[in-house]
Design a protein around this ligand. Structure first.
Ligand SMILES: Nc1nc2c(c(=O)[nH]1)N[C@H]1C(S)=C(S)[C@@H](COP(=O)(O)O)O[C@H]1N2
Ligand SMILES: [Mo]
Length: 347
């Protein structure tokens, strides 16, 4: 019937998660081991041994993804693992890889949750360049490899809360957006930052579709202080591997205290501006989707109450509905940025 026998599960469906879990287990064990060594008094070797441990993430076989360039592969050899406490860790069960990569919103590939994974086979994430424009000292079009050269990749586990009242817990790989911003030296007029997604009708069937409601490209934006907040991240991987097309390859934004639609995928342009940019969902329906889009259980969307959420995966046997928290549980990190704002007006 509907219940999957283990034999029906292809290795490609389970490998990334196994790799991820094994690596974390390995990290834990090796850091315990190293602690012993530290007590024995050989401190300098610890850092090396630990970064050596994170080299143990073998590339999963048969995974649906865009082909990684050699340079990105090299960067993935030295990822700092997620901590076991603090804001870059949630303590909740991870949403399985299957759901993270099969239940997606990425309208460029279609409007059904399964479209991004099933209709992105033509999408190519390499070569990839990003245009940097506006109020910066170093505008230009840069190859992604050059943008990523100076950054260190790390793993962070974040909640993702969609405005449709479902949520996931996802182990991302990436770096603070602030590390990207600093490279291009924004000037004092740069008060907002605007992002755009690739438009490629050939590889993105949602763009060709006559049912498409979006005025492409998909656009999003942040206030500069939000962009510089240490929680705001650019992701280039998930579950210890490269981002699959459906999750926004090769690079997407992750803003965990805001509704998922702010976390724009497959970014090709970053524009530093003095004025607040237009954003896709706000343009489409401004009474439903604000610019700020901070997760807020007290401000309801006309079609979805926002005080609870469905934590995925939902199965026949578990239909977990949990309470939604202000700023998606990240209030300690972000509430001070909105101190004097009426959040029901600026939703
Ligand atoms: N370019 C683009 N980015 C996008 C979207 C989209 O349709 N196009 N959907 C957004 C929405 S509504 C959500 S909930 C998240 C989902 O991210 P995920 O599929 O990686 O979970 O991506 C966001 N980023
Ligand atoms: Mo969403």
């Amino acid at each position: 019937m509907l219940i999957k026998k283990p034999v029906d599960i292809k290795p490609s469906e389970i490998t990334p998660e196994n790799v991820f879990r094994n690596r974390r287990q390995f990290m834990k064990e090796s850091s315990r081991l190293m602690l012993g060594v530290a007590v024995a008094g050989s401190m300098p070797s610890i850092a090396n041994a630990q970064s050596g441990a994170s080299l143990k993430a073998p590339a999963p076989v048969g995974l649906v993804r865009t082909d990684p360039a050699y340079w990105l592969k090299n960067k993935f050899a030295s990822i700092k693992s997620a901590p076991d406490s603090g804001p870059f860790y949630t303590g909740e069960s991870l949403t399985p890889y299957r759901d993270v990569t099969r239940y997606n919103n990425f309208y460029e590939f279609g409007m059904d949750k399964s479209d991004p994974s099933s209709k992105s086979g033509e999408f190519k994430a390499d070569p990839w360049s990003v245009e940097i424009a506006g109020e910066v000292a170093k505008p230009g079009t840069y190859h992604l490899e050059d943008i990523l050269k100076p950054v260190d990749l790390e793993e962070r586990i974040y909640r993702l809360r969609c405005v449709e009242a479902w949520s996931m817990v996802i182990p991302w790989i990436g770096f603070p957006l602030a590390d990207l911003i600093k490279q291009f030296e924004p000037n004092s007029k740069a008060k907002f930052i605007e992002f755009e997604t690739l438009i490629d009708a050939d590889s993105m069937p949602g763009i060709r579709s006559i049912y498409s409601i979006v005025d492409w490209p998909y656009r999003e934006g942040l206030r500069m202080d939000e962009a510089m907040n240490p929680l705001t991240m650019m992701a280039v991987g998930v579950y210890g591997d490269y981002l699959p097309a459906q999750n926004g390859a090769p690079m997407r934004l992750v803003v965990p205290w805001k509704y998922g639609f702010k976390s724009i995928k497959s970014i090709v342009k970053i524009n530093f501006r003095e004025t607040m940019p237009n954003t896709t969902w706000n343009d489409l329906q401004s009474n439903e989707y604000g610019f700020y889009a901070n997760v807020n259980p007290e401000v309801h969307h006309p079609r979805w109450r926002q005080d609870t959420e469905r934590r995925l995966p939902q199965t026949l046997f578990s239909r977990t509905r949990i309470e939604t928290r202000l700023f998606n549980g990240y209030a300690d990190q972000v509430a001070s940025m909105y101190g004097d704002m009426d959040l029901s007006q600026y939703f």
